[in-house]
Design a protein around this ligand. Structure first.
Ligand code: SF4
Length: 352
């Protein structure tokens, strides 16, 4: 495929095809990905979200990469579900510095009946501020997905993490089929899906390709595809895994862009470890979404004003909230706010 050939949205990718994408010369892959990207997006815009941990640690799941799992001793301070008003205050701060989407994450296997009313209030309150809403709460049943959609939840994050074949090496407390079931309930309830995975857990190229095949061959592509670099946290079983070669990470972003041409591909956890050049290459490969703010759940995220400096160097502008009534006004707010350097105090620090 040339960079200018019209990209089509496909749901029938084979392993051989995807491996062929990965294995082509780097420059050809990036050229192709950038060509696909420009057919569907403004290449100089990046969507900006803020992530807040609304319930931290003591998770019953055993995800080997995660410092929040109750199975590992990582020294993380545990926190109960935050009060609704504190969440709304953090959302207001995120809006004030220009984020257009507010993502709320809870370290649960699934939300309990007791917690749901609070969670729904958070969604309603954040939505009423004019922000897009996103949550990650673990496994959901159909009743819960319907209730979240009715409260105004725009996106549900539920990562597949890796290929079905490798999944059991990383998580034993739930199955791949559980994950796919929750994703189907989220879709049926009319919400958008945010789902991706992690590189650097000891997976093979086939596993990376296998993850992207699972995502791209869903009946509808996830609107948001976070691609994470493992953040190695002492105390987790993956603390001593080998680093991923940055070029392999960029290849993953580029192949995701080609396979899911209309999705936002998010450069997600692990950005702290990347230099500016690697991040610039990620944008060139078609990544067009980032988390912005001081903390990404419980691992460090580059400081927000560093992000703005990089955006400025690259001529990148934040993407406006697409349903805002006056997009130019929103953009002006975002640009002005994001360029203010003294913003650190505006962030909730999930690690404190
Ligand atoms: S990744 Fe999520 S589900 Fe897994 S242990 Fe961490 S908080 Fe729990």
């Amino acid at each position: 495929m040339s960079a200018t050939a019209a990209s089509v949205t496909r749901h029938d990718w084979s392993l051989a095809e995807v491996k062929a994408l990965f294995e082509q010369p780097f420059n050809d892959l990036i050229f192709q990905a950038q060509g696909v990207h420009r057919q569907h997006f403004d290449a100089n815009r990046v969507q900006v979200s803020t992530l807040l941990s609304i319930k931290t640690g003591a998770c019953p799941e055993d995800c080997k990469y995660c410092p929040q799992s109750g199975h590992y001793n990582t020294g993380l301070d545990k926190e109960k579900l935050m009060e609704v008003q504190k969440v709304l205050d953090a959302a207001a701060d995120a809006k004030a510095i220009g984020s257009t989407r507010f993502c709320m994450g809870a370290a649960w296997k699934h939300p309990s009946a007791k917690d749901m009313p609070y969670v729904l209030k958070m969604v309603e309150g954040v939505k009423a501020m004019g922000l897009e809403t996103c949550m990650t709460l673990g496994k959901l049943d159909q009743e819960q997905t319907r209730a979240l959609a009715a409260a105004g939840l725009d996106y549900y994050n539920h990562n597949l993490d890796t290929s079905p074949e490798f999944y059991g090496n990383i998580i034993t407390t739930r199955t791949y089929a559980d994950r796919l079931e929750t994703l189907s309930y989220v879709r049926d309830a009319g919400m958008k899906i945010c789902s991706g995975g992690i590189l650097g857990m000891g997976e093979s190229l086939d596993d990376r390709a296998g993850l992207l095949i699972q995502l791209a061959n869903l009946p509808e592509h996830p609107e948001s595809v976070p691609i994470n670099m493992l953040v190695k946290v002492k105390g987790t079983p993956l603390a001593d895994e080998q680093d991923v070669d940055p070029f392999d990470f960029i290849r993953m972003l580029a192949v995701a862009r080609i396979m899911m041409p209309k999705s936002h591909v998010r450069l997600s956890a692990g950005r702290e470890q990347m230099n500016e050049q690697t991040q610039a290459m990620a944008f060139l490969a078609g990544a067009n979404s980032i988390f912005y703010g001081e903390k990404l759940l419980t691992t460090p995220n580059p400081e927000a004003n560093k992000d703005m400096q990089l955006f400025s160097k690259l001529g990148i502008k934040p993407e406006a909230y697409e349903v805002h009534e006056d997009e130019s006004e929103q953009e002006a707010i975002i640009v002005n706010k994001l360029q203010e350097a003294a913003m650190d105090s505006l962030f909730y620090n999930a690690a404190k």
